[in-house]
Write a protein that binds this ligand. Structure first.
Ligand code: COA
Ligand code: MG
Length: 285
C-alpha cells in the first residue's frame, strides 16, 4: 500500500511564476498554488490562469497539487472553483471554512470535479473551532484534509503567535481529533519566521507529536526540516520493526499484548507499526 506523504506543503502565490517554476524541483510533498491572501486583487485573474496552466503543464512528479481558491462570497470564488474543478489538481483548498453548511456549499460548487478530487478546508476562523466535528463530518464526500491557519486565527482572536503557540495548543489537539475521527488528514499552520530553522523544527516536532501529518510552509528553506521531522525517526522505525516481529513470533500467536523491550505492545499498535514502516519506506523512496 502506498501512503502519500504530506510532510511538507509549500504555499506559493500563483501570481509568482518564478516560484511555480521552482516548485517543480523542490523536495516538498505538496504544492499549494494560492489564489487567495498571497495574491493582490489586481493579480487574481492572472494567478488563476497561472495555477491552471501549471497543473496542466505538469512536471511536478509525485507532488500533490492543490489550488487554494478565494472564499465563496468574494468576487473571484465562482471562477476560481470552476477553474480548479476542471484543472486536474489533486485537491481544492477553501479558506475560512466556518461551518458544515459552508462545506456543503463548496461541495456543490465542485460538483463537476472528478470524484477523486479532494476538498481541503482551512481551519482559521474562530467560529470553526466549536464546529470542528460537524465540519469534518460534512467533508466525507471527497478525500479531505484540514489545514490549520494560525495567522488568521491569531488575528481574529487577538492571540499572540509565538514559536511556542501556547494559545493554540488546545485547538490543535481538538482539530486533530476531529480530523482523524472522520478519516481526514491534517496539516499544521505556517511558521512565518522562515529564517529560524530551530523554531521551525520545534513546531514540526510538536505538531508531529500532536498527530499532524505535516506542516504548511511559506519558503523553500523550510522543506528539508519539515520532511525530516515528519518522517519516522530511527527510534520509531526500530520500535515498529520490533512490534511487527514480536507479533509474528510463533510463541506470541494468539496473544493480544506482548512485551517489546521494556514496553507493552498491544495488537492495536500493530497497524500503527505497519504504517510507520510503510511511511518510512516511502520517505526513503
Ligand atoms: N515557493 C517557491 N519558491 C519560493 C517561495 C515559495 N513559497 N518563496 C521563495 N521562493 C524562491 C524565490 O523565488 C527565490 O528564488 P530565486 O533565488 O531562484 O529567485 C528563492 O526561493 C529565495 O527566496 P527569498 O529571496 O529568500 O524570498 P523572498 O524575499 O523573495 O520571498 C516571501 C519571501 C515570504 C515573500 C516568499 O517566500 C513567499 O511569497 N512565500 C509564500 C507566501 C504565501 O504563499 N502565503 C500564503 C499562505 S500563508
Ligand atoms: Mg488565511
Amino acid at each position: 500500500m502506498t501512503i502519500g506523504l504530506r510532510r511538507s506543503a509549500l504555499y506559493m502565490p500563483a501570481s509568482n511564476l518564478r516560484a511555480i517554476e521552482k516548485a517543480r524541483s523542490l523536495p516538498c510533498d505538496v504544492v499549494i498554488f494560492d489564489l487567495e491572501d498571497a495574491v493582490a486583487p489586481e493579480a487574481k485573474e492572472a494567478a488563476r490562469a497561472n495555477a491552471v496552466a501549471a497543473v496542466r503543464d505538469g512536471g511536478f512528479g509525485d507532488r500533490e497539487l492543490v489550488i487554494r481558491v478565494n472564499a465563496l462570497g468574494t468576487p473571484w470564488a465562482i471562477d476560481d472553483l470552476a477553474a480548479a474543478a476542471e484543472s486536474g489538481a489533486h485537491a481544492v483548498l477553501a479558506p475560512k471554512v466556518g461551518d458544515a453548511e459552508t462545506v456543503r456549499a463548496y461541495h456543490e460548487a465542485l460538483g463537476k470535479a472528478p470524484a477523486g478530487t479532494g476538498f481541503w478546508a482551512m481551519i482559521e476562523a474562530a467560529r470553526a473551532i466549536f464546529r470542528l466535528d460537524t465540519i469534518a463530518e460534512a467533508m466525507a464526500a471527497r478525500p479531505g484534509c484540514f489545514v490549520l491557519g494560525t495567522n488568521d486565527l491569531a488575528k481574529e482572536m487577538g492571540a499572540a503567535l509565538t514559536v511556542e503557540r501556547t494559545p493554540f495548543l488546545g485547538m490543535m489537539a481538538l482539530a486533530v481529533a476531529a480530523a482523524k475521527g472522520h478519516g481526514l488528514a491534517i496539516l499544521d499552520g505556517v511558521y512565518n519566521a522562515f529564517e529560524d530553522d530551530a523554531g521551525l523544527e520545534r513546531q514540526c516536532a510538536e505538531a508531529k507529536a500532536y498527530g499532524f501529518d505535516g506542516k504548511t510552509l511559506i519558503h523553500p528553506r523550510q522543506i528539508e526540516g519539515a520532511n525530516r521531522r515528519f518522517s519516522p525517526s530511527e527510534a520509531e522505525i526500530a520500535w515498529a520493526e520490533a512490534a511487527v516481529a514480536g507479533f509474528a513470533a510463533p510463541e506470541n500467536a494468539g496473544k493480544g499484548a506482548i512485551r517489546v523491550g521494556g514496553e507493552m505492545v498491544e495488537r492495536l499498535h500493530l497497524a500503527q507499526a505497519e504504517r510507520i514502516l510503510s511511511v518510512s519506506g516511502n520517505a526513503l523512496g
